[in-house]
Design a protein. Structure first.
Length: 440
């Protein structure tokens, strides 16, 4: 099956949210890589495909980027779970890694939305793509106005937590003991919230993206599992010979009024613990990229930038480097995955100790998702601010970086801040002990 898709510029324009619900009803395996509601820049991609293993052998693109066509011209869309990366790095894992053959789609047809230029592209196979083209065009010719968000069912559910706040605080203490002993200098400690029962992934995603829009959102349903993400963190981007990563470390909630909100952002920007945590991961990512980049090409393009989203302020840095000749998707992931922002440092030591502490698998949470182009481009986001929907339950992961300077009560509040919006999209309340009125 050919991997490259032929791009054709269409004369019509619709929004991704107009098209996607119908596509999700028609196809079992679908994706929507989402630039966010009312996006005015970037690209959204949605479409369908067939399950294939992760394309580890694809060489990264080193040619000058062509700005006149979509950034994705065929290839694969999918996710990689945390345990797959941890196991390959030599760390013990709490569950068997998910087989790659069930987590990636070889894309057979897609629509690409250029939000800046307000242009829509159809992507179908070079040969033999008439059936795919007809199905995608049918989505565009059907009258499909923007739909109102589906209401939540009567009665709210209460999520179950893997750890109580007290238990999580005790684990923070154990992390600080490990740091004091020199075994690690940062550990990204996580927990999980579970909402039992059946969930409508499309409706849940509509609510999630409305409440917490993000530039690397996504809906991926492969083999019956659905990943819904409002991720603000770009893990890896490769195009034109440049590899880039944008780690996030440091979080504050948004304020109730403008003055409080501005004060929280300023506090985040100046906080010594948050800055130290962020720069530790910047250093780790510099080291990871150096394994697949030309010596001397690693740069810190941005350090300690506050980015604001509807629910939180985040402290973001940017690291980039020039890809070494012959670097493949597989060697890049071997070098950089799992992301340092979700492990801590040193990476192998941190992952090993977190396996001992967390008392369960992370699964897709703390992994990555996005596209890998047949031409060697890629754009992968972190699986954070996300929901995984299985047949009988939905799962939300949340956590934070623990350093010697961590204040346990503040770390617990940060977890609650991060988990609240995804749980609300599921129509679920935080467990009683995790509710903000109690924590504060």
């Amino acid at each position: 099956m050919p991997h490259r898709l032929r791009p054709r510029l269409l004369t019509s324009w619709v929004t991704p949210e107009q098209v996607f619900p119908a596509l999700a009803e028609q196809e079992a395996d679908v994706f929507w890589l989402d630039a966010g509601p009312k996006a005015t820049e970037g690209w959204s991609l949605l479409g369908t495909g067939v399950a294939e293993p992760l394309p580890a052998g694809v060489r990264l693109d080193t040619s000058p980027p062509d700005e006149g066509v979509p950034p994705f011209l065929g290839g694969w869309v999918g996710w990689r779970d945390y345990e797959s990366g941890a196991a390959r790095a030599g760390a013990p894992v709490a569950a068997e890694p998910e087989p790659d053959a069930r987590t990636w789609l070889h894309v057979t047809a897609a629509l690409a939305f250029d939000h800046a230029a307000h242009r829509l592209w159809l992507l179908t196979p070079e040969d033999g793509g008439q059936e795919h083209e007809h199905r995608m065009r049918a989505l565009l010719t059907t009258e499909s106005p923007e739909r109102p968000r589906r209401p939540l069912a009567e009665g709210r559910r209460v999520a179950h937590a893997r750890h109580t706040p007290a238990a999580y605080e005790a684990l923070i203490g154990r992390c600080r003991d490990l740091i004091h002993a020199g075994i690690a200098y940062q550990l990204c400690l996580t927990t999980r919230f579970t909402v039992p029962g059946a969930h409508d992934p499309v409706a849940v995603y509509e609510r999630l993206r409305a409440a917490t829009p993000a530039h690397h959102g996504g809906f991926l349903r492969i083999g019956g599992r659905a990943l819904l993400s409002a991720s603000p963190e770009q893990f890896l981007h490769a195009r034109g010979g440049v590899i880039r990563t944008r780690p996030i470390k440091g979080t504050r909630p948004r304020g109730a009024d403008a003055a409080t909100d501005e004060a929280l952002a300023a506090e985040l920007a100046a906080d010594p613990k948050e800055r130290a945590e962020n720069v530790m991961i910047v250093d780790l990512m510099r080291n990871d990229l150096s394994r697949v980049c030309v010596p001397g090409s690693i740069r810190v393009d941005g350090l300690w930038t506050v980015e604001s989203y509807p629910a939180v302020h985040q402290l973001v840095s940017t690291v980039s480097g020039t890809a070494a000749e012959g670097t493949t998707v597989g060697t890049l992931l071997e070098a950089a995955f799992p992301a340092g922002s979700m492990t801590g440092a040193p990476k192998l030591s941190a992952m090993t100790r977190l396996w001992e502490l967390e008392d369960g698998p992370r699964d897709i949470y703390a992994g990555c998702f996005g596209y890998i182009g047949a031409d060697g481009t890629l754009d992968l986001a972190m699986v954070i601010r996300s929901i995984v929907v299985d047949e009988g339950a939905a799962f939300v992961g949340a956590g934070g970086g623990i350093t010697w300077g961590s204040v346990p009560a503040a770390e617990v509040r940060e977890v609650a801040t991060k988990a609240r919006a995804p749980l609300a999209a599921l129509g679920a309340e935080m467990p009683a002990t995790w509710r903000s009125d109690i924590l504060n």
